[in-house]
Design a protein around this ligand. Structure first.
Ligand SMILES: [Zn+2]
Ligand SMILES: [Zn+2]
Length: 103
């Protein structure tokens, strides 16, 4: 299985997302939206859903922030570690914003 780690354009905010230094990035560090491409294993690319995944909530476990994402299409949920350069100070704002638009 090949890990994919390359820059891409965010499907939501259209900003260019730079390479993550250590981890494979799968969500946008600016608006936290990602594409539903994995099924059970991260990066398995085993789904054809391709809906947008929005952050729903976050929590701290073992000093790491984890973010819960939910797919707008199939409502599959995923937990993901934050990336180092995620703009987490904006995360609260985005979570409540997406709550309003996704009911
Ligand atoms: Zn974005
Ligand atoms: Zn989905």
């Amino acid at each position: 299985m090949k890990k994919i780690n390359e820059s891409f354009i965010c499907i939501n905010c259209k900003k260019e997302i730079p390479l993550a230094s250590k981890t494979c990035r799968n969500h946008c560090p600016y608006c936290f939206v990602s594409l539903h491409v994995d099924w059970d294993i991260p990066w398995d690319r085993n789904t054809t859903c391709h809906g947008k995944m929005y952050p729903r909530e976050y929590f701290i476990a073992n000093w790491n922030m984890k973010i819960l994402f939910e797919c707008e299409k199939c409502h599959k949920q995923h937990r993901n570690k934050r990336a180092k350069d995620d703009e987490v100070e904006n995360l609260d704002k985005f979570i409540s914003l997406y709550k309003k638009s996704l009911l």
